[in-house]
Design a protein around this ligand. Structure first.
Ligand SMILES: Cc1ncc(COP(=O)(O)O)c(C=O)c1O
Length: 365
């Protein structure tokens, strides 16, 4: 079976370096908030561009802490795309704010032309998720934020080092949120996340909030949390970060082969917008018979997935609280009923890529 992911193979790509780093951290005797975390924060932010970084324990908490540190509070409304991930909505809700949904565009990203109709007197911000690894077209989003006086935030959990017009996602708004969940383009070997900002005050506030609200030892200035990135994960990510260009190039190679060699009219390929680089966190195709296509590929020993069959606003926790119902966002629901995720792993070999291409091309519906 060609899996959707095989994290053990990812580990084996740089096994010796990971093992050496793990031993180094274990032998150091220092496991929480030490030199690995601060070096990772420095190296990651330097590679992104002109920003600072605060490592935290996962992507959801990065969203929660990043929004809190940026002044989002009870009663605020934040505009998000209806086909985004539930964790983005949970981070907004943890701050007491409310997600307000708009439909995506043909690239599956937040459709800037829908922002105006969603703005109310409570709207504070737009939170863009650069979905599946592709940078969103930021010029129209920034223009809408300016027009309505809104802050901009970015969920970059799927878009590490995906630039828009040459500038990395994560540098366009007030703060950006990263996940380093193991499957991510930059993943660790457990949970990890980060808040990045061009405003050092925001990352400093996140550093306080993540550590019991403490600005120095035994001195607590905020009602904080324990949401720290640990030394082992930070150290292992430094290894992976040192190989990130090569890992992203591998994904690009797979995507280019899929795009060039898949030619089945029953399977619609993903589009990439001008100026928006795609880092291929996921390769998403569309087909009329979602389940039939998946069954067909399963019979050919190819695993697939759906990201996601049920959109966030139709999850029970959201329908119960806000009364959302089927039909509220038809573009999103149509996508959810037709998208299929194909295998995309930086360690896929050419035979596996060919097998997926041949199977897709011989699908008859
Ligand atoms: C778009 C998006 N936002 C947020 C998250 C949450 O990240 P984590 O799993 O690290 O909490 C994810 C991760 O799966 C994601 O894909």
């Amino acid at each position: 079976m060609i899996p959707i992911n095989d994290l053990g193979r990812g580990f084996r790509l740089y096994q010796k370096e990971y093992e050496d780093k793990a031993l180094e951290v274990l032998r150091s005797g220092w496991y929480v908030l030490g030199k690995e975390v601060s070096s990772f924060e420095e190296e990651f932010s330097k590679k992104l561009g002109d920003c600072t970084c605060a490592g935290v324990d996962n992507g959801l908490d990065a969203i929660t802490l990043g929004l809190m540190a940026s002044g989002i509070q009870e009663g605020d409304e934040i505009i998000v795309q209806a086909n985004g991930y539930i964790a983005t909505m949970l981070g907004i809700l943890q701050c007491g704010a409310k997600p307000v949904f708009v439909e995506p565009d043909e690239y599956y990203q937040l459709d800037a032309s829908k922002i105006g109709a969603a703005v109310t007197s409570r709207t504070k911000a737009v939170l863009v998720t650069h979905l599946y690894g592709q940078a969103t077209r930021m010029d129209p989003i920034l223009a809408e934020c300016k027009k309505y006086g809104l802050d901009l935030f970015e969920d970059c959990a799927q878009s590490h080092f995906a630039p828009y017009k040459g500038v990395n996602t994560g540098l366009f708004g007030k703060a950006a949120f990263f996940s380093f969940y193991p499957t991510k383009n930059l993943g660790c070997f457990g949970d990890g996340g980060a808040v990045v900002s061009t405003d050092p005050q925001i990352t400093e506030t996140v550093k306080v909030l993540r550590n019991y609200g403490s600005d120095r030892r035994y001195h607590n200035i905020k009602i904080g949390f324990n949401m720290r990135l640990d030394e082992l994960q930070a150290g292992l990510m430094r290894v992976r970060l040192s190989h990130i260009d090569e890992l992203l190039a591998n994904r690009r190679h797979i995507a280019n082969r899929y795009l060039e060699e898949m030619n089945n009219p029953l399977v619609t390929m993903p589009l990439t917008a001008d100026g928006c680089e795609h880092t291929w966190y996921q390769f998403i195709v569309r087909t009329q018979d979602q389940e039939g296509f998946r069954e067909y590929l399963k019979d050919k020993d190819i695993a697939t997935d759906i990201s996601w069959r049920v959109p966030p606003y139709l999850q029970p926790c959201m329908t119960e609280r806000f009364g959302f119902k089927e039909g509220d966002y038809p573009v999103t629901e149509d996508l959810c009923a037709h998208i299929v995720t194909l295998p995309m792993m930086e360690y896929m070999d050419d035979d596996e890529i060919t097998k997926v291409i041949d199977a897709v091309n011989s699908y008859k519906g």
